[in-house]
Design a protein around this ligand. Structure first.
Ligand code: GTP
Ligand code: MG
Length: 530
C-alpha cells in the first residue's frame, strides 16, 4: 500500500513524498540557501515576548495586532519553566512598530541595558473571556528528547519495520518552532555583534539546518562576514574602508573568539554557562541561551562546514528514505553508546551520516558529489532539480524498502574492508586509504583530509561489532519487535544464532594482520562489548 505523506509547514515549503515508491516531488524541493535566507528573514520579522500566564496569549495577540500585522504565534515553555511567545510579524517594519510602543521600566539604582526581548504585563486582571482557549494554540512545554519508554510503546504497535522507522523520524525531528528559535538565537547574537562589526552575522549550520536535526540537538553557529556585492555602479572612487577580520590565522582566531565570548557572557540576556574552549581542534564558545532553550557552540568562520550542511541538506531532500534511515541509525548508535554528546575517539553523528550517505550512493539511491556538479554545470539550472531526475533515469531505479536498506547497511559495513579502503563521497566509490587511520572518509570538499581521523581502532572495532549484532537482531526478531530490540539492546546479552567467535575472527583478520592467538581475540572482544 502506498502511504502518501504531505509535509507542509508554515515556512511555505511543501514536500510530497510517497512511501513505498521512490518518488519525490522535485518541484517541492528547495535549496538550503533559499531556506536559510527565508528562515533568517523570518527570524528578523519575529519578536520574543515573556509572559507570566498562559491565559495572556490571546490578549497579547490582540494588543500587538493593534500596532502590527501578526502572522504566526508560537507559545513555549523553557526548561526553567518561564513562558514565552515567539510572534512572527508580517514585516520588519511591524517589529519596529512594536519596539516603538515598548517602554523601559528599570530601577535607577542599577545600570540596565535594553534587550531585544519584550515583557508583556497586562494592567488589569483578565476576565475569563479574554483568557486563552487552550485548544487554539499548540503549546510547546519542553524541548527534551521524547521518553524512550513512550517511544517503545508506540513502536510496538506498528507492524512493519519501515513504518517504525518513519514513526521514529516523525517523533525525533526538530519542530518548526524549534527551527525558528534556532534562527532567532542566531539573529540575536548577530544583533549584538553587528554593533562592533557592521557586516558580521552569525548563522546556524550543522544539524539545525541540514535536515537531520533531532529534538535537543545542539545549535552550531558560525560567524560570517557579508560583503555587499554592489560594486557594479562604477563608484570606484568612493569605497567603504574595510579591515581584515582575523579569521584565518589560528592565534588571532582564538583572540577573536575570546573577545566574542566575553561580549556574549557580559552583554547578552538569558545567556549562561559560557565556556571558552579555545585549545580544541576547532576553537569554540559554548553557552546556553535560557530564553530560547538552546545549547550553542559558536565557532569563527568555517565555510567548509556551511557547504557540508548544504550537501547533507540536499541529500536529505533527494529521496524520502534518507531521513528515516539516518534518524534510525543515529538513534540506534546513540543507544549503543557508539556516538556520545562530546567529541572524542568515537565516531561523530556527522561521520556516521556520511557512512549512510555513501552506502546509499553504492545502492544508486543518491548521486556522488561529482555527478551533482556535472549535472548542475551542464544544465546550468542550479535552482531546480531536473539534473536529479536525469541522474535517476540514467541509473537503475532502486525502490527497496526502508527495512531492507537498514539491514543491508549493517551488512555492508560488517564486511567493508576498512583495513585498506576509504569512502569517497565525491566519486561515490571506495578508494585506497592515504594513511593508517582506522576509519578513513575523504572530506568531500577537501580530499586531502580525513573527516573521521579521530576514530581509534578500538572504537571502529566496537562499531563493526555492533553492526554485526544489529544485523543478527534484525534476522532473529519478528518485524514488530525489531526496532525496539535494536534501540534497547543490552550489549551484555547474547543473541540467538550469533557466533561471536567466528565474527571476531573475521573482524580481526580484517583489521589486524596476523591475529592468531586467543589473547588478542579476547582483547578485541573486550573492545567490542565495552
Ligand atoms: P548533531 O549531533 O545533531 O549536533 O549533528 P551535527 O551534524 O550538527 O554534528 P556536530 O554538532 O557534531 O557538528 C557540526 C558540524 O561540524 C557538522 O555538520 C560538520 O560540518 C562538522 N563536523 C562534525 N563532526 C565532524 C568530524 O568528525 N569531522 C569533520 N571534518 N567535521 C565535523
Ligand atoms: Mg550539531
Amino acid at each position: 500500500m502506498a502511504l502518501v505523506r504531505r509535509v507542509n509547514n508554515s515556512f511555505g515549503f511543501v514536500l510530497n513524498t510517497i512511501h513505498c515508491k521512490c518518488i519525490v516531488n522535485i518541484k517541492g524541493l528547495k535549496r538550503e540557501s533559499d531556506i536559510m535566507r527565508y528562515s533568517n528573514l523570518a527570524a528578523k520579522k519575529s519578536v520574543i515576548i515573556k509572559i507570566s500566564e498562559v491565559g495572556h496569549i490571546e490578549h497579547l495577540k490582540k494588543f500587538c495586532e493593534y500596532y502590527a500585522k501578526i502572522v504566526n504565534v508560537f507559545p513555549y515553555n523553557t526548561i526553567d519553566n518561564n513562558r514565552f511567545v515567539l510572534m512572527e510579524c508580517s514585516s520588519q517594519k511591524d517589529v519596529e512598530a512594536l519596539r516603538n510602543i515598548a517602554v523601559c521600566k528599570a530601577d535607577p539604582e542599577y545600570a540596565h541595558s535594553v534587550t531585544p526581548f519584550f515583557l508583556y504585563k497586562p494592567r488589569v486582571k483578565l476576565s475569563n473571556q479574554n483568557t486563552l482557549n487552550k485548544d487554539s494554540y499548540e503549546y510547546h512545554s519542553n524541548f527534551v528528547t521524547p521518553n524512550l519508554n513512550k517511544i517503545n510503546q508506540s513502536l510496538k504497535k506498528i507492524q512493519s519495520v519501515s513504518n517504525q522507522m518513519i514513526f521514529l523520524y516523525d517523533t525525533l525531528r526538530i519542530t518548526e518552532l524549534n527551527i525558528r528559535l534556532r534562527f532567532y538565537t542566531a539573529t540575536q547574537i548577530s544583533y549584538y555583534l553587528s554593533q562592533l562589526f557592521v557586516n558580521l552575522s552569525v548563522v546556524p549550520f550543522g544539524s539545525s539546518v541540514n535536515g537531520f536535526g533531532q529534538i535537543g540537538c545542539d545549535l552550531d553557529l558560525l560567524c560570517k562576514t557579508n560583503i555587499p556585492s554592489n560594486d557594479t555602479s562604477g563608484w570606484k572612487k568612493f569605497l567603504f574602508l574595510t579591515q581584515i577580520v582575523p579569521f584565518t590565522d589560528r592565534v588571532e582566531q582564538k583572540h577573536f573568539l575570546d573577545v566574542i565570548g566575553t561580549i556574549i557572557k557580559t552583554c547578552m540576556p538569558g545567556v549562561t554557562d559560557v565556556k571558552k574552549i579555545l585549545e580544541a581542534r576547532v576553537p569554540i564558545i559554548k553557552f546556553r541561551n535560557l530564553n530560547t532553550n538552546m545549547q550553542c557552540d559558536l565557532c569563527s568562520t568555517n565555510m567548509t562546514a556551511l557547504h557540508m550542511s548544504e550537501l547533507l541538506y540536499l541529500y536529505g531532500q533527494l529521496d524520502w528514505r534518507v531521513k528515516p534511515l539516518v534518524f534510525t541509525i543515529r538513534k540506534w548508535a546513540r543507544s549503543m553508546n557508539l556516538t556520545k554528546e562530546n567529541p572524542g575517539q568515537w565516531i561523530t553523528n556527522f561521520s556516521l551520516t556520511l557512512l549512510i550517505l555513501f552506502y546509499l550512493q553504492t545502492k544508486h539511491i543518491l548521486p556522488s558529489l561529482s555527478s551533482i556538479k556535472i549535472f548542475r554545470d551542464k544544465s546550468n539550472t542550479i535552482d531546480n532539480f531536473d539534473w536529479f531526475l536525469k541522474w535517476k533515469n540514467s541509473v537503475s531505479n532502486n525502490d527497496e524498502s526502508l527495512s531492507k536498506l537498514l539491514f543491508e547497511f549493517f551488512e555492508y559495513y560488517c564486511f567493508f574492508d576498512f583495513k585498506t579502503h576509504a569512502l569517497c563521497l565525491r566519486d561515490g566509490i571506495t578508494k585506497l586509504k592515504k594513511d593508517a587511520s582506522p576509519l578513513y572518509i575523504y572530506n568531500p570538499f577537501n580530499p586531502s583530509l580525513n573527516v573521521s581521523k579521530n576514530v581509534t581502532l578500538s572504537e571502529l572495532l566496537r562499531l563493526v561489532g555492533h553492526f554485526q549484532r544489529a544485523s543478527q537482531i534484525m534476522l532473529n526478531s519478528t518485524e514488530q519487535d525489531t526496532l525496539v530490540k535494536l534501540i534497547n539492546f543490552d550489549s551484555n546479552s547474547t543473541i540467538n544464532g550469533f557466533n561471536r567467535k567466528n565474527k571476531l575472527e573475521l573482524i580481526s583478520e580484517k583489521f589486524i594482520p596476523n591475529v592468531t592467538n586467543t589473547n588478542n581475540l579476547q582483547k578485541i572482544e573486550k573492545n567490542i562489548i565495552k
